[in-house]
Ligand binder design. Structure first.
Ligand SMILES: [Zn+2]
Length: 295
């Protein structure tokens, strides 16, 4: 397969998967269960989800490994199985991807804070991310995305761990909220401009945004990132709109058609990889890809 960066640098737009969690729930994952453990216990279910996105036209399969650091797995008493679970996650994605799709390891936040805000040291974070990244690569991942991040220091540690210990292509993706003054910042106060600058300095190959408040805001965030670093490769994975509570359930309202109308604007803003986050499914990816290819 052609190296992914060559294709992106040549101007090709690549498409990634949408959500994973909601589809695991549809297959029987219950609250309190570890979603990532399903890579080991329910490989058929995870494989089917990868296949449905592949059929929708995604170029990149995203692993079921979002909560795969030892910090997150610890909540389920699984902190001793980081290597096994992440390896399984990447191997399942690789099985479906074959040699026609790239495999992207998903790497979410630890949920903890580094000194001086919290008790964790930079070394401990580095070790946790190294452990997950190495296992993803061993399972067959080509790339990793550190995603849904709010703290830039944590992102930089994760990116450095991947760059120092693997050959993975690494993306750093943040979650932003619109600010009262009109700008954007993460929950930790990081602006899109600072996110780009610091992530690239740490060695990220791609920078971008995921989750958050839907495609309209993400278009604005990507524009700001592009303006701050015109040569940077950018990744954009919007939610299907703002989550709304309906009858005790969280639902996302943007239809595949609505998101498809916005996908070309994301690309025009500077996105090189487009995918989906919460509330998106294969139909969203299929419609977005079709809209972008139609120009
Ligand atoms: Zn999300």
């Amino acid at each position: 397969m052609k190296p992914v960066l060559d294709r992106l640098n040549a101007g090709e737009i690549l498409f990634c998967d949408g959500a994973m969690g909601t589809f695991l729930q549809a297959r029987g994952l219950v609250p309190g269960e570890c979603p990532e453990l399903w890579c080991v216990t329910h490989p058929d279910a995870v494989r089917d989800i990868h296949r449905s996105y592949r059929a929708a036209g995604s170029d990149i399969v995203e692993c079921n490994s979002f909560g795969g650091t030892r910090y997150k797995l610890r909540h389920y008493g699984l902190e001793g199985r980081v290597a096994e679970i992440n390896r399984a996650a990447a191997a399942l994605a690789r099985e479906v991807a074959g040699d026609t799709q790239y495999v992207l390891g998903s790497v979410g936040p630890t949920g903890e804070f580094m000194e001086p805000l919290g008790d964790e040291t930079e070394e401990a974070f580095f070790e946790a991310y190294r452990e997950q990244m190495v296992a993803l690569e061993a399972g067959g991942a080509d790339m990793a995305v550190v995603e849904t991040m709010t703290g830039v220091e944590e992102v930089c540690v994760a990116v450095k761990a991947a760059r120092a210990h693997t050959r993975l292509i690494v993306a750093a993706s943040f979650t932003f909220d619109p600010q009262p003054n009109g700008g954007y910042a993460t929950m930790m106060g990081v602006t899109p401009e600072r996110a780009v600058e610091e992530s690239l300095k740490a060695g990220a190959h791609l920078v971008g945004a995921n989750c958050g408040t839907g495609p309209d805001h993400l278009i604005e965030v990507i524009k700001r990132m592009k303006a701050a670093a015109p040569k940077a490769l950018l990744i954009a994975m919007p939610n299907a709109g703002m989550p709304v509570l309906e009858g005790g359930k969280t639902v996302f309202k943007e239809t595949p058609e609505q998101m498809a109308a916005k996908a070309p604007l994301l690309v025009k803003a500077g996105a090189n990889i487009v995918g989906g986050c919460c509330g998106t499914g294969p139909e969203h990816i299929r419609a977005m890809k079709r809209a972008v290819l139609a120009g």
